[in-house]
Design a protein around this ligand. Structure first.
Ligand code: ANZ
Ligand code: ZN
Length: 821
């Protein structure tokens, strides 16, 4: 007797799929196209348990759609620029490409073993010149549209990595990568003007509700941070030799202008130093030193006692001419709004805390019915009617806001303004292993984009090891052969830009490259993009909820506006898979709770590991490896396989003559799985398949045995459903059942509707909610018939004993509840 052997199956089928090109889409329009994409991996070492989970989920969707008859594209590639390769190269005195491409090969082999239904012919690597040529091409298009620009800016600087970090890469004041506290440094940097797209990035999320996780949409919304309000100009009075100064504030509450009792500028903004009088300068500088030592978290904390210093200056309220003391404090952020605020302590908690600390006046201007904030220490937020506010008196809040804006606008001292939290995207990096910025700096012509026919600007390959170590400037600056070039416009000696791009740039358009990975006339073939995009299902971790997804959406919109595509959202649906934990905690070196994927695969086989990932929980939930049983998965797969093995020698006969009960289980499993798969309940589908295998085994072990045609039907359905989760086992079953490979293209089994209805069901009869009798009734029994049957049941007749009945509640076909009077 043959036995289930996962090693043999893995060795046997992987090359067959490769040879047949099972997962290469036909791409001929003969079937509706669907594009499934997993967030592409970074080549750091071999695949780990997290990859195994994420890619299992994407693969289920891809394989399911294929079974449904769609022409599925499920490509794979690598996000292969980035710091780890560079750090490894420094350590090993090598070129980053060596480490990168070696790891890619390792991962590719593992992905193949893991039976990802990928179209390997579309493979891309962002560090290939054939790819980054087009990243550069896109950059020059952005530049020409004014969407890529340089400016001097105090940037976040990681002293350890010697590199600039985007705000997003600073976590609690520390470098996201190495944990070193981040400092500020002024540098000339490249930015993408994503703020031009803030409104669209926000508004276009409307269409994503229901298709993207709400949590992700909420995070993006918050990140974009649209605030509607006004800019209001305050004149800061001249003081001694210091002239008057116009300072604008951003406020969402212009209705409270009469409640402004002081004025605050960000302590770390240049404005503070500009305004401060000589008398207060030393105090300000001391304060600034103290602020620098604080982390962003500490600064933002509402718990912390408010601190600040008086600048010696006064601001004039444009509405009522009042003089407001100007303070410098760290609770006002330099890089939000204008970096200056009018403080309204009665109605803003932060201002109230500050006023109470420094004994500043508090004036209620909105009657909210709440107690006096000066007494309670709780700011009066919420709705109300304006008071103590001159011409605004009596107006409700919303009208007060509108009226106040009209007034300042008419006086030329302010205007309606929408402020965003979103900042432009700082994209330049002073590192080697990235896409070189395709700009040449010419003394005559200024910034000159590298012409298309001179792209790609290739990375030099003679730098290695120590040449790459961080120095604060890009390592490329040292490659003088590379740096010094004639200006493409005027021919005079010029220099290449030596910065490289943030790797988020590479990954902001890769989904478009997959539609035509070998295209040489542009970043993608417009017709192929029309055929395949947008991505029908995107799968990846929630850690990319903000940046990668926002940047990809931004790129797609710009590429749309360049006239290259006719859609402007890249991902129609998004799934965030959970994490793999061990013992309830994320796997980590420090906890020593890591689980090695390779060892798991060796021990249990690919299919058992895939099945375990899928069976453990719905795709969005975490999987705790301490709670799962890959051994159990393996036993189940062997059981399923044995069914096929038992049927193998039996001829195929019309299933209609087979065991009806088993046929019903089969058809129900096939039918219900579909809805479950569509709604992402993959784990429940696995449970259904287990039930199906058990039911099949029961019939084999009794009655007509494996010769019953219903058994063959059940085995075939099992193979097709399992092809989504356990492709090797499924393919082997399919072969045992006498079919040619591949089961991946078998097609979802056709359901016989008549087998979906239950013929007979058990109805329970209760008296006053207590179970008293059971009845076998037809599944489609009417309420009236069921009521009659229940009332005539002999036990019921006896118990009621001729007494009067108040009501009879009937829920056909399952329940009757009799309530006696
Ligand atoms: C006066 C006022 C009265 C305010 C009131 C609020 C309530 P969001 O909604 O987050 O955009 N603000 C403006 N710039 C700031 C900065 N750089 N640092 C700290 N706070 C700043 O918040 C806008 C409000 O936050 C603005 O409206 C301003 O305070 C404050 F009853 O102006 B408000
Ligand atoms: Zn020139």
């Amino acid at each position: 007797e043959s036995t289930y052997g996962f090693r043999e199956m893995e060795a046997k089928w992987a090359p067959v799929w490769d040879d047949l090109g099972v997962f290469t889409p036909k791409d001929d329009g003969s079937a509706e196209r669907r594009y499934v994409l997993d967030m592409f991996p970074y080549p750091s070492g071999d695949l780990h348990m997290g990859h195994a989970e994420a890619f299992a989920m994407g693969d289920v969707i891809s394989r399911y759609w294929r079974q449904c008859g769609y022409d599925v594209m499920h490509p794979i590639g690598w996000d292969s620029f980035g710091l780890p390769a560079e750090n490894a190269a420094i350590k090993r005195n090598a070129h980053p490409s060596e480490w990168t491409y070696a790891n890619i090969e390792t991962q590719a082999a593992s992905f193949k073993r893991y039976a990802i239904s990928a179209d390997w012919s579309r493979r891309i690597h962002t560090s290939d010149p054939e790819y980054y040529r087009w990243t550069q091409w896109l950059f020059t298009r952005f530049y020409e549209k004014g969407l890529a620009y340089r400016k001097d800016h105090p940037v976040n600087w990681c002293p350890n990595d010697q590199t600039v970090l985007a705000n997003e890469q600073v976590v609690n004041g520390a470098c996201e990568r190495c944990g070193t506290m981040v400092t500020k440094k002024s540098l000339n940097q490249w930015y993408f003007k994503i703020t031009d797209y803030a409104d669209r990035l926000l508004d276009d999320m409307d269409a994503l509700h229901g298709h993207w996780p709400e949590r992700v949409l909420a995070m993006q919304k918050n990140w974009i941070g649209r605030s509607e309000g006004a800019h209001v100009d305050f004149v800061i009075e001249a003081a001694g030799a210091q002239p008057a100064h116009k300072t604008t504030v951003f406020t969402t509450r212009p209705d409270t202008l009469y409640g402004a009792t002081f004025f605050v500028v960000a302590a770390d903004a240049a404005l503070a130093n500009e305004l401060v009088t000589d008398e207060h300068r030393v105090a300000l500088e001391e304060y600034q030193e103290r602020v620098k030592a604080l982390s962003e978290i500490e600064r933002q904390s509402t718990e912390r006692e408010k601190t600040g210093v008086f600048t010696g200056r006064y601001a004039i309220n444009p509405l009522n001419g009042e003089k407001l003391a100007v303070w410098a404090a760290d609770y006002v952020l330099a890089d939000y709004g204008t970096g200056a605020i009018m403080a309204v302590p009665a109605h803003d908690q932060r201002d109230l805390d500050f006023a109470r600390t420094f004994g500043l006046p508090i004036r209620v201007v909105l009657d909210t019915g709440l107690e006096d904030p000066a007494e309670t220490g709780v700011a009066a937020v919420g709705e109300g009617t304006l008071v103590n506010s001159g011409e605004l008196d009596g107006l409700p809040k919303a009208e007060g806001i509108a009226r106040a804006i009209e007034i300042v606008q008419a006086a030329g001292t302010g205007e309606h303004f929408v402020n965003f939290r979103l900042r432009d995207w700082l994209l330049s990096r002073q590192r080697f292993w990235g896409t070189p910025i395709p700009i040449i700096h010419c003394g005559e012509c200024g910034e000159v984009p590298v012409p298309d026919d001179q792209l790609p600007v290739r990375l030099p390959d003679n730098l290695r090891g120590e040449d790459l170590s961080p120095k604060g400037t890009s390592p490329l600056a040292a490659a003088s052969d590379w740096v010094n070039v004639p200006c493409p416009t005027c021919g005079s000696p010029a220099k290449r830009d030596t910065d490289t791009m943030d790797t988020f740039v590479d990954s902001s358009w890769y989904f478009l490259r997959f539609v035509s990975p070998d295209y040489t006339q542009g970043p993608f073939d417009p017709q192929a993009a029309k055929n395949w995009m947008p991505v029908g299902q995107y799968v990846g971790g929630v850690e990319h909820a903000i940046l990668h997804l926002l940047y990809s959406r931004f790129f797609t919109k710009v590429i749309h506006d360049l006239g290259l595509i006719d859609f402007d959202e890249p991902f129609s649906a998004l799934l965030n898979q959970g994490q793999v934990l061990n013992g309830g905690k994320a796997m980590s070196k420090s906890l020593g709770n890591g689980v090695d994927l390779g060892q798991q695969l060796d021990k249990y086989g690919v299919d058992a590991i895939r099945l375990t990932m899928i069976f453990a929980s719905p795709p969005e939930d975490d999987v705790d490896w301490a709670d799962v049983s890959p051994g159990g998965s393996s036993k189940f797969l062997a059981r399923a396989w044995r069914v096929a093995s038992d049927v193998a020698s039996e001829p195929g006969v019309d299933p209609a003559t087979g065991d009806k009960a088993l046929r019903q289980v089969t058809h129900r499993a096939v039918h219900e799985s579909r809805a479950l798969l569509e709604s992402g309940k993959f784990n429940v589908v696995v449970a259904k398949t287990m039930e199906l295998v058990n039911a099949t085994r029961k019939v084999i072990d009794s009655g007509a045995g494996a010769a019953d045609p219903a058994v063959r039907e059940a085995a075939e359905a099992t193979a097709v459903i399992l092809s989504l989760f356990a492709p090797y086992t499924a393919e082997d079953m399919w072969a045992l059942l006498g079919h040619e490979p591949s089961v991946a293209n078998a097609g979802w089994p056709i359901v016989e509707e008549s087998l979906l209805v239950d013929d007979m069901v058990t109805a329970v009869v209760q008296i006053k909610g207590k179970l008293r009798a059971r009845l076998e009734v037809a599944a489609d029994i009417s309420e009236e018939e069921l009521r009659e049957a229940a009332l005539n049941h002999e036990t019921i007749v006896r118990l009621l004993d001729g007494g009067e009945i108040r009501t009879v509640i009937v829920r056909a076909p399952k329940l009757v509840n009799i309530v006696p009077a």
